[in-house]
Design a protein around this ligand. Structure first.
Ligand code: GTP
Ligand code: MG
Length: 136
């Protein structure tokens, strides 16, 4: 069965939305396989976001992800990678569709990086690599 990495980013943990976000994942019918609270090291975040190195939002993104604890979930289910991306909504929380995690719970806070509550792996290759990075 397919698995994906979901992260509750520091804004989601700080706003006490971990339970609400997990509730949505479980209500959709996906299974929780593993979870942990982590204060991420810069080296871990640099690997996780290697594809964005050099972009203008890269440094604020890494600083934001270092700013507080993150909750990491290993989630399983058929087509869970695309299914969770649909639950999460599009990247910009201001315009993410209502009904999604980002659309219902997120907004623009006037800071340098988009604080959009969650991360979900975007392909089978990134899910495999990211699960190894965060859990193994
Ligand atoms: P992740 O699940 O975090 O990977 O989000 P995503 O897949 O929806 O977006 P992407 O991988 O393209 O970007 C990673 C993160 O960088 C986003 O979640 C945002 O926090 C931030 N980001 C991406 N694009 C922009 C942008 O154009 N401006 C700003 N300020 N931040 C951005
Ligand atoms: Mg991404």
């Amino acid at each position: 069965v397919e698995e994906t990495l979901v992260l509750i980013k520091p804004d989601g943990v700080a706003r006490n939305l971990t339970g609400e976000i997990l509730r949505r994942i479980e209500a959709k019918g996906y299974s929780l396989v593993d979870m942990k609270l982590v204060q991420a090291e810069r080296s871990l975040l640099a690997e996780h976001y290697a594809e964005h190195e050099g972009k203008p939002f890269y440094e604020p993104l890494i600083e934001f992800m270092e700013s507080g604890p993150i909750v990491a979930f290993r989630i399983a289910g058929n087509r869970v990678i695309e299914g969770f991306r649909a639950l999460a909504g599009t990247t910009d929380p201001t315009t993410a569709a209502p009904g999604t995690i980002r659309g219902d719970l997120g907004r623009d806070w006037g800071v340098k990086v988009q604080q959009n509550l969650v991360h979900g792996s975007d392909s089978p290759e990134s899910a495999t690599a990211e699960l190894a990075l965060w859990f193994d």
